[in-house]
Design a protein around this ligand. Structure first.
Ligand SMILES: [Zn+2]
Length: 319
């Protein structure tokens, strides 16, 4: 059996796993990302962590065919250069791929984490067996990945799939990207929480959210939990978020005519409370034939989606 390394690089956590060619994690470990290190030191550290995991797994290195890195920000997968990483800025313009190849002694393939997510779902998750797929991750931001005819679509400058920055409001909220009315501002973590607070704090709408807090805070996860327990306000806010999501889905369905749209990330834990209104809104707005045929489902890979997605970059590149 062949094995792959999956390296899920985040602003605070570095998760590394070894996966089998069936997409099963045989060994994994979490490390901290030192955000104050320089690029070279950080690359050496990632390499050392990966080799430590391999050593402790007692798998010979030659059984591992390659390593995939899921990185935040903009990545050039051809050269292995990270062009812009907002939360690890020392890596801007750094050739992380070649540095890791040298450190680990394996072929290394890098792509952004949203592309990793859709590849993970394509090989091992909810989109297995489909060829035309859109993946979305709903978290602090909204990421997207597009697979057309079984191949990841990266675009001419490797930035395709920025679904989170699709405009859904002409004069909407200002986004970090400089545009107004991006869907990320409404269905991202901050958008959902501030809409909840607008009802709960400003309009004093009743809610039992205090029973469902996430480490003491109102987060999309807390709101999803409250909605599951029947909280009316939490349900309303997720319903609104789903409706916004549906506006974006309608455009995606009209433009790309996918077979399946897979929704992942923390907020997707709300399940049908979010997806049902999204599908209804999409059906209202999109062309009838593609809208009726497309499946909109929650992601299958949950906690280990980052590692399995990263490993899938290597699987896909070595295919
Ligand atoms: Zn934006």
């Amino acid at each position: 059996m062949d094995y792959f390394l999956g390296i899920d690089l985040g602003g605070t956590a570095l998760k590394i796993g070894i996966t089998s060619d069936k997409g099963v994690i045989v060994s994994k470990q979490s490390f901290e990302t030192d955000a104050s290190a320089d690029a070279k030191t950080l690359a050496a550290y990632i390499g050392a962590c990966a080799l430590k995991l391999v050593r402790e797994s007692s798998l010979p290195l030659k059984k591992i065919k390659g390593a995939g890195v899921g990185s935040p920000g903009t990545v050039n997968p051809e050269t292995g250069q990270l062009t812009f990483v907002a939360n690890l800025q020392m890596l801007n313009n750094y050739y992380l791929g070649p540095a890791l190849e040298k450190a680990i002694g394996l072929p290394v393939f890098i792509d952004n984490d949203a592309n990793a997510m859709v590849l993970g779902e394509f090989y091992y998750g909810a989109a297995k067996g489909y060829k035309n797929i859109i993946g979305m991750t709903l978290g602090t931001g909204i990421g997207g990945g597009i697979i057309i005819d079984g191949r990841l679509y990266r675009g001419s400058t490797y930035s395709a799939g920025e679904i989170g920055h699709m405009s859904i409001e002409t004069n909407g909220l200002l986004c970090n990207c400089g545009n107004y009315g991006c869907i990320e501002r409404y269905v991202g973590r901050e958008g959902i929480v501030s809409r909840f607070n607008a009802y709960y704090i400003q309009k004093q709408t009743k809610s039992a959210i205090h029973q469902f807090l996430d480490n003491g805070a109102i987060t999309p996860k807390a709101i999803a939990r409250a909605a599951k327990a029947g909280d009316a306000l939490a349900t309303l806010v997720l319903h609104e978020a789903g409706t916004f999501l549906g506006i974006a889905l309608a455009s995606l369905v009209n433009i790309l005519n996918p077979e399946i749209i897979v929704i992942g990330g923390g907020i997707a834990n709300a399940g049908e409370t979010l997806l049902e209104p999204a599908k209804n809104e999409m059906l209202k707005r999109a062309y009838v034939v593609p809208a009726r045929s497309v499946k909109v489902v929650a992601a299958k890979l949950r906690n280990d989606a980052g590692i399995i997605g990263a490993a899938s970059i290597a699987v896909d590149s070595l295919h």
